[in-house]
Design a protein around this ligand. Sequence first.
Ligand SMILES: NC(=O)c1ccc[n+]([C@@H]2O[C@H](COP(=O)([O-])OP(=O)(O)OC[C@H]3O[C@@H](n4cnc5c(N)ncnc54)[C@H](O)[C@@H]3O)[C@@H](O)[C@H]2O)c1
Length: 231
Amino acid sequence: MTLENTTALVTGGASGMGEAIARRLADAGATVVVLDRDASKGEKVAADLDGRFVPADVTDETDVSAAVAAATALAPLRTCVHCAGIGWAERTLNRAGSPHSLETFRKVLDVNLVGTFNVLRLAASGMSANEPDDGGERGVIINTASAAAYDGQIGQAAYSASKGGVVALTLTTARDLSAVGIRVCTIAPGLVDTPLRVARDGAGAQSLHERRSRPDGCGHPHAAQVGRVEE
Ligand SMILES: NC(=O)c1ccc[n+]([C@@H]2O[C@H](COP(=O)([O-])OP(=O)(O)OC[C@H]3O[C@@H](n4cnc5c(N)ncnc54)[C@H](O)[C@@H]3O)[C@@H](O)[C@H]2O)c1
């Protein structure tokens, strides 16, 4: 697929992997629309790329529809890379015997899984109006899961469930959308030193790397009973 004269929508494009992908897509010739809830960073990235920033929450239908409309108004939307996501570390039962918060479990599922499907369905709708290329393709949607979808660590019940859902919906949405020439793929990264991870604990990321490689596979920091994580 050629990226010249097309738009690429990158969610979570204000930071980390989304920002890096936005820069690569712009280098390859796409006009990039950065979608993020972080307006200050998102504006800056979009300005650097001569692209467009749309402030949006990926779980919100109106917000994401506006971002897709902004992208299709610039040029045919042929690429959507969905990187927006949140992390959460909380054991199913903490040391005092209290259960995982249902509210935080729902929140992680909402952003990581419902947000993925919201972006996917609305981007697909925007892409369906494209003329197919010589290979019959109208666009590609790339989701971001995690190694935690397959090998969740202690404290990653919500995060792993959300990313497992992203893996599970990939094949069925790819089958659904094959009829209109839209490909759906999902990547499942391991640990990546994004700005948020480094800001949080720098060396802690290395420590998780080390624990993940232990033969027993028990990797999550035992100290982290409850807390935000970025992967
Ligand atoms: N960093 C890692 O080690 C790692 C590993 C595996 C998977 N991942 C996944 O990769 C993706 C990107 O992670 P990252 O490390 O680059 O994180 P990051 O925190 O650097 O970037 C995530 C971006 O998503 C945005 N965002 C979060 N919730 C949003 C919402 N509801 N609506 C709109 N924007 C929202 C944030 O503002 C941020 O700019 C995430 O889905 C994460 O789960 C990361």
